[in-house]
Design a protein around this ligand. Structure first.
Ligand code: DWN
Ligand code: SAH
Ligand code: ZN
Length: 407
């Protein structure tokens, strides 16, 4: 049992994914001492229904100078954030001197478009090198974690924000009480707090248990976010499903009573209630699904090895740390993984120590099979790697079940 980070209720554990490393810690050698491990387990709050990790990893271990995830690495995501920024510019940032604050602005993938439109902005980004990429393109980035104290400081120097936005970041923050107090201090009376994160409804349906790792602390539903917003004096007014990263929801929160809730929100909550998303029996079915995927994936990889096939992987994702460490998949089953991120190349994946190489290796060293760790970018990757299939290669996917793509 643990205590809910939102409402202090009792959190009941339903899933144990075992001993796991930091998902974004790519080591330069196997002999290095002191790799950090923790027990990755998930529970659900009996009071407010929030699904969350049983224990947090200290934030400085995850988000630091060398954090290796660069948001602009996917052209689909670049377009997604350009569209999102344009929408804010049209709907919310229309006053005389509008101001947007982004929590987790990373390499500036969203704020670039805001800056080009000449609109006042500030990113909060504690991870040093990714923040520097954004600064190099002229963006204003505060190198701090967003929380109550840092938000109040910014409010004092910059005034109120019309939009506070976070993509794939709010679910990373266990101390959400402090975040909400910060948003309360910073947000204009008619402003909106908007965030988008992987959706529990999609995770259960797609059995994408790899969305669970140290950085992903919360797994939101419209129901749980509605309860959370109300607890902090706000109101959830809209929820929009998004296709990116395997299925997300964008939540829009306003001050209580300031705006009318949308019909789409009412519909999504009714659908969630009908599906019983946070019922323990539904969550236990998810756990059984995950064990099935592990057995099928390890079985397939062992069979291919026995048949003398070469298997590599594509995308050294944070998500794949959960898959490889939970399933026990190391370089004996997957020879190497390719990834476009220079900061990951030449290093070893967390825990299972699979070598990371550049996609050039994928093009020149024909493999029989490629396990697609970056399955959320399947369309983009398969489109640019068509030659792999032409040469007889086949893609292995494990979402929503273990299968060969197109077979
Ligand atoms: O929430 C998070 C998301 C937004 O990003 C963070 N906690 C950490 C990170 O998670 P991830 O590593 O699972 O995200 P992605 O977007 O699935 O990672 C894709 C990886 O694949 C990156 O390392 C880049 C690489 N890649 C590639 O090699 N070729 C990606 C594309 C699109 C490609 O064509
Ligand atoms: N918004 C980007 C980045 C997501 S990765 C995208 O959607 O692609 C999560 C980012 O949040 C990392 O860059 C990390 O450094 C940052 N982050 C983590 N905790 C934070 C906090 N409390 N305040 C601001 N940024 C934070
Ligand atoms: Zn709770």
């Amino acid at each position: 049992m643990s205590t809910c980070r939102v409402c202090d209720g009792d959190v009941v554990e339903f899933l144990d994914l075992g001993r796991q490393p930091l998902s974004d810690h790519f080591r330069s050698g196997p002999g290095l001492p002191g790799e950090f491990f923790y027990r990755l387990a998930v529970g659900v709050c009996g009071d407010c229904t929030m699904v969350q990790l049983m224990k947090e990893v200290p934030r400085e271990k995850m988000f630091h100078e060398d954090y290796p995830y660069y948001s602009s690495g996917s052209s689909v995501m670049q377009k997604h954030f350009e569209d999102t920024a344009r929408r804010f510019l049209k709907t919310e940032l229309t006053g005389p001197d509008p101001f947007i604050v982004e929590i987790g602005s990373n390499d500036g993938v969203l704020l670039r478009t805001i800056h080009e439109a000449g609109v006042r902005h500030l990113g909060f980004e504690p991870s040093g090198k990714v923040a520097d990429v954004a600064r190099a393109s002229g963006l204003r980035v505060h190198g701090d974690f967003f929380e109550e104290v840092s938000a109040i400081e910014v409010h004092e120097s910059e005034g109120s924000a019309d939009v506070v936005y976070g993509a794939n970041t709010i679910c990373h923050i266990p101390y959400l009480k402090s975040v909400f107090r910060g948003v309360d201090a910073l947000l204009a009376p008619d402003g909106v707090f908007v965030f988008e994160d992987p959706y529990l409804g999609d995770i259960l349906e797609k059995r994408s248990f790899d969305q669970i790792y140290d950085e992903h602390f919360f797994f939101f539903t419209a129901r749980s976010v509605q309860a959370m917003a109300a607890r902090f004096g706000f109101e959830l007014i809209d929820a929009e499903r998004l296709p990116v990263h395997g299925g997300e929801v964008r939540y829009t929160i306003a001050r209580a009573g300031a705006r009318r809730p949308s019909e789409a929100l009412v519909r999504l909550i009714a659908e969630e209630d009908a599906r019983g998303l946070s019922d323990l029996c539904r969550l236990h079915r998810f756990v059984a699904d995950i064990h099935g995927i592990r057995d099928d994936l390890v079985g397939l990889l062992r069979r291919l090895k026995d048949e003398g096939k070469t298997v590599v992987a594509y995308g050294a994702t944070a998500k794949s740390a959960t898959v490889t460490n939970f399933c026990g998949i190391g370089p004996d089953l997957v020879a190497w993984v390719c990834d476009t991120t220079p900061a990951k190349q030449g290093r070893l994946t967390p825990g299972m120590h699979i070598p990371v190489r550049s996609p050039d290796a994928f093009a020149t060293e024909a493999a029989d099979y490629a396990l697609l760790f970056a399955w959320n970018h399947a369309e983009e990757i398969m489109a640019k790697e068509q030659e792999f299939r032409r040469a007889g290669g086949q893609w292995i996917l494990y979402v929503p079940e273990v299968h060969i793509a197109g077979a």
